[in-house]
Design a protein around this ligand. Structure first.
Ligand code: 7PM
Length: 286
């Protein structure tokens, strides 16, 4: 079944246009990302970084306070609230683009949306208790990501019989769970979750066959920026993965991604704009 294109998402009063590829700038507010000790200082730094991302061309800023890094420990609700809510309040005043909240916790979803965020980006695809109901009640778009297992152990030995169809079937199941909870397809973004319980070969297969995740009536998001597959293939540290990240982002766009999650927003925007100059019509299909 071919479903009509989603052309824009209403993110709590701010619009994310999907007529062209959108770039989601990454703003981590974990202690390892802005680690200058004092909370006020780190908040100032986070706001400054958000302004930089917007100035570089980001269409949305993704704020995350839970480290989902492989092997990471769980973070308490209060800890996550303390990290993200003051930052969201401040950047909602400083920038006019939509803000997404990278969380799996219903309490954090609620507080973040009330603080000015407009999209829920959940690496657990609303599988936590009450997450589906909370997202439905908040009436904001959601990004459903595939992850095999939990961050703590997901990279230990990920096994699939057929990774692309398993990820696709998982996402179809979560879209159906959303529908049952009252979240319409037009409000859903889907994401194969590169690096989340995947070997390098799994990641490459998902990128090569990303087209198979189109046609589900949900916009496709790809997050490949600086990920360890680049480190594994090129032996580069995280601060030298921009070119490879941009290359992977373009392949994702070519294969149907409508939103690219990226650290290096300027480089990503430049590349995506060039791709769109070459292929001006492609932006109209889900
Ligand atoms: C350490 C390792 C820190 C990995 C952070 C990460 C995605 C996401 C993340 C993604 C969506 C990162 C990840 N990745 N949300 N959150 N899709 N929707 O590389 O690929 O930023 S956290």
């Amino acid at each position: 079944m071919m479903v009509a294109a989603v052309t824009a998402l209403d993110c709590n009063g701010r619009t994310l246009t999907l007529g062209r590829t959108a770039v989601m700038g990454i703003l981590n507010v974990t202690p390892d990302s802005f680690s200058d000790g004092g909370f006020f200082l780190s908040r100032e730094q986070a706001v400054a970084h958000a302004l930089k991302l917007a100035e570089e061309g980001a269409d949305i800023i993704d704020v995350g306070g839970e480290s989902t890094r492989p092997g990471a420990q769980a973070v308490s609700v209060q800890e996550e609230l303390d990290r993200v809510i003051p930052v969201i309040e401040a950047i909602a005043k400083a920038v006019s683009i939509p803000i997404s909240i990278d969380t799996s916790k219903p309490e954090v979803m609620r507080a973040a949306i009330h603080a000015g965020a407009g999209l829920i980006n959940d690496v657990r695809a609303l599988r936590e208790t009450d997450a589906l109901q909370t997202a439905a009640a908040l009436q904001v778009p959601v990004c459903l990501m595939h992850m095999l297992g939990e961050p703590r152990s997901m990279q230990v030995n990920p096994v699939y019989t057929e990774v692309v169809s398993e990820v696709r079937n998982f996402l179809i199941g979560r879209i159906e769970a959303c529908a049952a909870a009252g979240i319409p397809r037009e409000r859903i973004v889907i994401d194969p979750g590169f690096g989340f319980g995947k070997t390098v070969e799994h990641n490459l297969a998902l990128l090569r066959h990303l087209q198979e995740l189109r046609g589900l009536g949900a916009a496709l998001l790809a997050g490949l920026s600086r990920k360890s597959m680049i480190g594994a293939l090129l032996h580069l540290p995280v601060d030298q993965r921009t070119s490879a990240s941009v290359a992977l982002a373009l392949i994702a766009v070519q294969n149907g991604a409508r939103i690219i999650r990226a650290h290096d927003v300027r480089a990503t925007c430049d590349a995506v704009r060039m791709w769109e100059a070459v292929y001006p019509q492609q932006g109209n299909m889900t």
